[in-house]
Design a protein around this ligand. Structure first.
Ligand code: SF4
Ligand code: SF4
Length: 82
């Protein structure tokens, strides 16, 4: 039988996260300023046309910078259960 390999990073000790957080962009409010993309330290977000989109959810460290910096309250981060 073929051995299974995984590219998943090992779980950090003491980290309670059970899964990725939820990041919701309210496209009706997003005016495409790109501030959330600029402030995200993990390149989780990108611009797609004039709207912010999530491109690497697994990288999110729940720092909340995107939510805090968005001038239009258009992005919300719901941290994972833990
Ligand atoms: S900071 Fe807010 S308004 Fe600006 S691109 Fe991001 S979600 Fe859209
Ligand atoms: S919470 Fe932090 S890491 Fe996650 S998308 Fe927002 S700015 Fe990026």
């Amino acid at each position: 039988m073929k051995a299974e390999t995984t590219k998943e990073a090992p779980k950090k000790k003491g980290k309670k996260v059970k899964g990725p957080p939820q990041i919701v962009v309210n496209t009706a409010f997003c005016k495409g300023c790109g501030i959330c993309v600029e402030f995200c330290p993990k390149n989780v977000l990108a611009m797609k046309g004039a709207k912010a989109v999530v491109i690497a959810l697994d990288e999110c460290i729940e720092c909340m910078f995107c939510e805090l910096r968005c001038p239009d309250f258009a992005i919300a981060v719901y941290p994972a259960e833990g």
